[in-house]
Design a binder for this molecule. Structure first.
Ligand SMILES: C[S@@+](CC[C@H](N)C(=O)[O-])C[C@H]1O[C@@H](n2cnc3c(N)ncnc32)[C@H](O)[C@@H]1O
Length: 228
């Protein structure tokens, strides 16, 4: 554990992390916060909820807990909509407190600033056990790689691994199949990535694949549904 990371500021003013070892960032340079809202919240969780307004709890699985941004935005969503969320995330390289305590995500949107204390809580909760973080949000975060992780049935997948050029093994047909198998009927898989091979693999695994407009600075992203 403990990998060298440097805090950077992206174009929307929100932080991200740069990993020198991989020459890779955790989010888009064009805006970490905007990317997370666009790809994972808007086209992921909210899209699923529009189709399934009465199916509780919502089970989310995230590849790469990282900065905790997706988890925090999901918690805010759960509290605002009063929809129970069970959030499972995996992360082989948990961040040190000196890093996550400097991240500015809770300062980007003043209208949700009162949820700020939960950001630290998400990081401080114990690893590898389920925790009730807030009234509508339960989380289990495992210090596991995708390769080793034990997965549970889920409704929404936030596939937020580093790019296929940096970590091809996480985007292999075998790994995608492991994730797709856990998807409930009607579940959705979202990622910022729009690679052709990814889309072909998801199609071959039986999903209905969509190419959608990406967040600012990125032309396209991918969403895929498990449908009859
Ligand atoms: C693109 S970053 C996104 C992280 C997070 N979702 C966020 O918004 O900050 C990818 C994350 O995957 C983690 N990761 C690296 N190798 C992994 C593996 N083998 N399995 C699962 N996650 C991995 C990284 O440490 C990093 O936190």
């Amino acid at each position: 554990m403990g990998r060298e990371v440097k805090i950077i500021t992206t174009e929307d003013g929100s932080h991200s992390l740069f990993v020198p070892e991989l020459n890779e960032t955790y989010h888009s340079f064009h805006g970490a916060y905007r990317e997370s809202v666009h790809v994972f919240m808007l086209y992921g969780l909210e899209a699923w909820f529009v189709r399934n307004p009465n199916r509780f709890p919502v089970r989310i699985f995230e590849v790469g807990f990282g900065t905790g941004l997706n988890a925090w935005l999901s918690l805010v969503w759960a509290e605002q909509y009063k929809v129970p969320v069970l959030y499972h995330s995996i992360e082989p390289f948990p961040l040190e407190e000196e890093v996550y305590s400097q991240l500015n995500y809770t300062e980007i949107d003043n209208s949700i600033y009162h949820y700020a204390p939960y950001f630290q809580m998400l990081h401080k909760t114990s690893w590898n056990e389920g925790t009730v973080v807030s009234e509508y949000f339960n989380m289990k975060k495992d210090t596991s790689t995708l390769e080793e992780a034990v997965l549970y049935p889920c409704d929404v997948i936030f596939f937020d691994a580093f790019a296929p050029s940096k970590q091809p093994e996480l985007w292999s047909r075998e790994m995608l199949s492991k994730v797709v198998e856990t998807m409930n009927q009607g579940a959705v898989f979202v990622t910022y990535c729009a690679q052709g091979q990814l889309k072909r693999n998801l199609k071959e695994l039986g999903l209905a694949v969509e190419t959608l407009p990406g967040p600012p600075g990125k032309k396209e992203m991918t969403r895929a549904w498990k449908v009859d």
